[in-house]
Each structure stands twice: as C-alpha cells, then as structure tokens.
Design a protein around this ligand. Sequence first.
Ligand code: C5P
Length: 410
Amino acid sequence: MPDLAGKRIVLGLTGGIACYKSAELLRRLQDEGATVDVVMTEAATRFITEATFQALSGRPVWVDAWDARMANRMAHINLTRGVDAILVAPASTDFLARITHGLADDLLTTLCVARGAVPLIAAPAMNHEMWVHPATQRNARQLQADGVHLIGPAEGWQACGETGSGRMMEPDQILRALVAFFQPKHLAGRQVLITAGPTSETIDPVRVLTNRSSGRMGYALARACAEAGARVILVSGPVSLPCPDGVLRIEVDSARRMHAEVMRHAAAADLFLAVAAVADWGVANPSAQKMKKSADSAPPQLQFVQNPDILAAVAALPDGPWCLGFAAETEHLHEHAQAKRLRKGIEVIVGNLAQDAMGAQDTELVLFDAHGAHPLPRLEKLQAARLLVHEISRRLPATAARPDAPSAAT
Ligand code: C5P
C-alpha cells in the first residue's frame, strides 16, 4: 500500500522560485496515494501558473479567499475540514512571518489560522540572508513552539547566485519527511543503535573477503526507527545506500571496527538491533603489499581468526540495551534461529531465509521468542521494518529516555 494512501493534503505554495519544484512534489504526493488540493498565494502565481497544478492534480486550484466557485464562499473552512495536513512548500519569509502572528490576509494564511487541529508543515525557501535574519529565526522558533513542523531549509547554491542555508528541501526529502510525520511514534525518546550491511575482511591492500548482504534491511530498520521518533546511530559496513534522513551513520569496514564502534555507543542505547551480516572470521595474516601471482608459486594460504560476536558482547553488558538479532539461514530456519537466540542470550531473534532476503527488495520475517515462532507477512523491506518496530516497541521495557546521547542533525 502506498505510504499516503487515503490521506487528504492541502499543498500551499507561496512566492519563491522553488515553486518550480512543487509541481514535482505534487506528483510525488499523488504517487504515494494522497488526494491533494492546491492553494496558492498571489505571489506564487508569479512563479508558476495555476493551470500547471490544476492539470497535475485534476482538481480546482485556489488562490482567492472570495472565490465564487465555493457555494458558501468559505474556501478557508471547506478546504481544511477532514484534511490530514497542510503542507506549505515553498514557505516564504513573508508567509512564515504572517502565520507566526496569526495574520489572515489571503486564502492560504486564513486557512492556516482556521485549520483547528490539522497539522501544519512548512518547507521554508528563501535567500540565505533572509533565513538567518533575526526576525525570520525568531518566527521559525515561535512556529515550532506553536507545533508547526518545519522541513529544512537545506544548504547550497541558491537561484540568486549566492550560497547558504535557505534552499527548499528536494521534493523527495519533503515527501519522506511527510511520510515520517504520519508514522506512529512508537520509539519516541529512545536511542537506537543498529548494525547493517556486510563487513569486509582485508586480505591485502586491494582484496577483501565479504558477503552478499545489501544492507537494505538494516537501512530500512534505521529509517523506520527514526520515523518512529527514535534517535538512531547506524554502524554500517560498506554498502551503496544513502543514509536515511535524521540518522547518524558511522561507516566501518571490518567486523573488528564494527565491534569497536558498537561498544563505544552501546552503553547510551536503549535498543541494539544487530542486522549486519558480520564475518565470522577475519584474515589472521593479511599482506601489507598486494600479493603477486606467478606461474610457479602456490596459491596463498589464508589463516583465519574468529571475529568478536558483537551481538553476544552487547547482550552480555550489564545494564546494556534491549537486543534483537537476525538469523539469515539457508535451511532449518526455526531450529537454527531458536538455537542462536539462546546462544546469544537475547529475547527475540528475527529469522529469514538468506536465499529469499539477501539483496532482495522484500522479505518474509519470522519472530522467534521463548513462546515460539511468530511469522510476519511477506512485505517490502521498509514495510516489514515498520511492522518490526511496532513489535519491538510492544516488548521493550519502559525506561527513561537518554537525552544526552549523540544524534544526527536533521
Ligand atoms: O552468529 P550468527 O551470524 O549466526 O548470528 C547472526 C546475528 O548475530 C545477527 O544479528 C548478526 O548481526 C549478529 N552477529 C554479530 N557479530 C558477529 C556475528 C553475528 O553481531 N560476529
């Protein structure tokens, strides 16, 4: 099911060159199943036409508070009732100032004031000097204190030719932030530590031993935990995936480095999710120089040493986090997963068949605990991760949040 299925969104546009990105944003909202009504300020219509948004949304576009197409002439009421969120992108300096003060001098600001409990989400977009102006900063702080959710702005090149903070976030980022906004906050205030991806063990400066893990499941869990309100540290082996929004990623290569980073952060975590496919053995005798082959020499002899078991080490910590492991098996899933759960000393292990899950977009997970097996439906990995987060949150002991742990800048 798309992430915004059944949601009704008002997309507000105010005056700014970033309006050109909002046409794409509208498409992305619709792709995720949202029904979107577009409301524009007069200034927004200078940058992009109403016709563009009418054609894309297939619905009337609203600019004028006195629009006679509304039988009761109350667009500001009719457009906000039954709506799931008002998303203003781009949100100009002037718009932020007006809603901070409750001004209602056009349709968009009037419906923001008339919205009642409907969430207001704004993606600021302006020249960097306008964003850092004390009045704008004061307004942004006040809006957040009033419960308005701000997305961005981003740093970078601006249409005026200057560089700084004030760019509107990209449509995909705004979409992900909106989707996250709607997720239940099952892990609010929790600190989560996750391992993901493969590890790689050095043979020589150009060769490594690794495995087929894509990192998708761990990254999906990191995203799902962040969406659920947790602060997330992701200790990742080498993968080619982008870091999920709001997640602090620490990149490592070998199992030993992963172990060192995990142990550094484990004490501050409420939850440890061991999703990485960690190499069981490292090369004991890596070569300092690239090994050379020759016609008459024998193939190199690699010797191995056992790597630390990261999950077992964290599970053994006194006062350590609540731990969850993964068991990717090729056969006898139930027996192997339960045995692993007991060996590692953890309450829950998530099992799946490696041949099904490794590198795939979807997965079929089974939760194993002291009561037996609890199969979850086959799902795309992000959906499976969200379901898992819900399952985890139901089993977590109630603990005080740890506010002093590091987190990613959002
Ligand atoms: O030990 P085994 O690989 O069978 O168990 C898999 C689970 O243990 C996964 O959760 C994996 O992330 C974790 N693990 C670990 N450190 C290791 C090996 C596995 O944390 N050295």
